[in-house]
Design a binder for this molecule. Structure first.
Ligand SMILES: *Cc1c(COP(=O)(O)O)cnc(C)c1O
Length: 505
């Protein structure tokens, strides 16, 4: 029998309560699903498409009973410390449900059709305010699927800009990579490649370089000896001066292993700006999660972190994440660019008359400045969360995250069984430099080899296993809006104490 597949809109609160109840029940079990729950869910997945479908009720039951128990609690628990995951702030969650229900396609600015593009543009302005950037220069950009996509936009705009400038210097006008392609412009300009110069860049930068025809090997580290995150300005100068290449400089504003910053104050950024101007290079900032430190007022407690993202207004483009520190649901990132026209030189959806909006353009159509054409209304959760929390709400959230990280770092520093990385002899300096990530290892080799798996097997908290200077290490990244400093400190120290006590070497 063919079921009734005609849908009508139904009111009532059953949908929301079903989902919330499932979340509450999931929240009561461990941070990761048990092996049993995973096994059960895998066995419950269908082997083939059913002809008539099992129907709405059966599908919901299957999802809640079979699948949800096999999810992790990445955003439902404040003790999930993997990657930089971020939680979901309440207003953002509400808005995200609105996004799905109303399913606006935010691609063309059509004023008479929907307010969606206006809201997206407004949300971008609020975000620029939160990050203390000047609207005059920075209220220009777009929402993306994440910082990876934002890095693609940044390198794409940079590639366009630096190659055009290099070609113009040789008397070739209107040399657009977007228009003529990389090969033709490169050849006309007599160049052999584009390089991206950085220090400890996030892996997504290499992905962006690969996708844009720059190439992964052309993402190069130019670190200071003894401090792999700081730029060696002399080496940078030498690379920028090469006559066969054009360059993009990318600043790691928040390095993903340590949470530290590649620059330390306005002078560093000014020096990078000067070098980029001198050699016609593009200055990009990857601030996926680090950029959030700009939201603080002047306070001694967070001064070292604020210094790490000072001066990024001197950049040409900035990549950021929404689903990390902004605590909106996946997926959401943002891209800001000081050059109003650059993104459309690359990403315009040219020659589609049916997608054209009115002649007078106050807001650019997102499909002309980003990767996608049809797009989710991912700006609404950002809008809702910024509206609901304001600056002080976000400051409070970030403060709790940093204070917990610093408390854990200090405790680990004093611990006989653990070492905080990168190693340092000063506890005060360590605490002051700690953002919301704590990188550490166990002193005993045997314990260290299995440390992350032992921690995660408790199901009480989750950490990312990583490597630091060739040895295994663990990473606690605190990014959830649900952090409670005292409660979570008690849990983390209890887990780590018990594991070191249980493991005999
Ligand atoms: C997380 C991260 C990215 C990639 O972001 P996605 O949201 O996973 O696309 C890029 N750069 C840095 C520094 C990051 O931390």
């Amino acid at each position: 029998m063919v079921g009734n597949h005609e849908y009508t809109i139904q009111g009532g609160k059953s949908l929301e309560s079903l989902i919330r109840n499932a979340a509450v029940s999931r929240h009561k079990s461990g941070v990761l699903p048990s092996e049993n729950d995973l096994e059960h869910a895998r066995a419950a997945l269908p082997n083939a498409l059913s002809t008539d479908g099992v129907g709405y009720d059966q599908t919901i039951k299957h999802i809640i009973d079979d699948l949800v128990p096999a999810f992790n609690n990445s955003s439902l628990s404040s003790n999930y410390y993997g990657f930089v995951t971020g939680g979901v702030a309440p207003a953002a969650l509400f808005a995200d449900n609105i996004v799905s229900t109303f399913d606006q396609n935010v691609q063309v600015h059509l004023k008479e059709h929907s307010i969606a593009t206006d809201i997206e543009y407004n949300a971008l302005g609020l975000l620029v305010d939160l990050l203390r950037l000047d609207r005059q220069s920075w209220h220009n950009g777009t929402f993306t699927t994440g910082a990876t996509a934002s890095n693609i936009l940044g390198l794409g705009c940079g590639r366009e800009f630096v190659l055009r400038a290099a070609a113009e210097k040789k008397g070739i006008l209107v040399a657009s990579v977007g228009e003529y392609g990389l090969f033709e412009v490169m050849q006309a300009a007599g160049l052999s490649g584009v390089q991206v110069l950085s220090t400890l860049p996030h892996s997504s930068l290499a992905k962006a370089a690969a996708a844009l025809g720059i190439g992964r090997v052309n993402v190069k580290n130019v670190p200071l000896e003894g401090d792999s995150l700081q730029f060696d300005m002399r080496q940078l100068d030498t690379e920028l001066a090469r006559s066969d290449k054009v360059s993009i400089v990318s600043v790691s504003c928040g390095e993903v292993n340590t949470g530290r910053f590649a620059t330390n104050g306005i002078e560093d950024m000014q020096q990078l700006r000067r070098l980029c101007d001198m050699y016609g290079a593009w200055l990009h900032v990857d601030g996926a999660f680090g950029i959030q430190c700009r939201i603080f007022d002047d306070s001694a407690e967070f001064a070292s972190l604020k210094a790490g993202c000072e001066g990024i207004e001197l950049a040409d483009s900035i990549a950021g994440d929404g689903h990390k520190m902004l605590n909106v649901p996946y997926d959401c990132g943002f891209f800001l660019c000081r050059h109003g026209k650059e993104a459309s030189n690359v990403f315009q959806n040219a020659n589609a008359a049916y997608l054209a909006s009115g002649a007078t353009q106050d807001i650019q159509s997102p499909l002309n400045i980003g990767i996608e054409n049809s797009r989710r209304f991912r700006a609404l959760p950002v809008y809702a969360s910024l509206l609901s929390l304001g600056r002080t709400g976000y400051q409070d959230m970030l403060q709790r995250q940093i204070r917990l990280a610093r408390k854990i770092a200090g405790w680990l520093f004093d611990h006989t069984e653990y070492t905080v990385l990168p190693e340092t002899s000063s506890k005060d300096e360590l605490v002051e430099q700690t953002y919301m990530i704590v990188l550490f290892c166990a002193k005993r080799k045997n314990l260290n080899r299995e440390l992350s798996s032992k921690i995660n097997a408790t199901l009480r908290m989750f950490v990312s296993g990583t490597a630091w200077q060739g040895k295994p290490a663990c990473r606690i990244a605190i990014a959830s809006c649900m952090v409670n400093v005292e409660r979570d400190f008690g849990l983390v120290t209890d887990v780590l104490d018990k594991i070191s006590a249980e493991t005999v070497s």
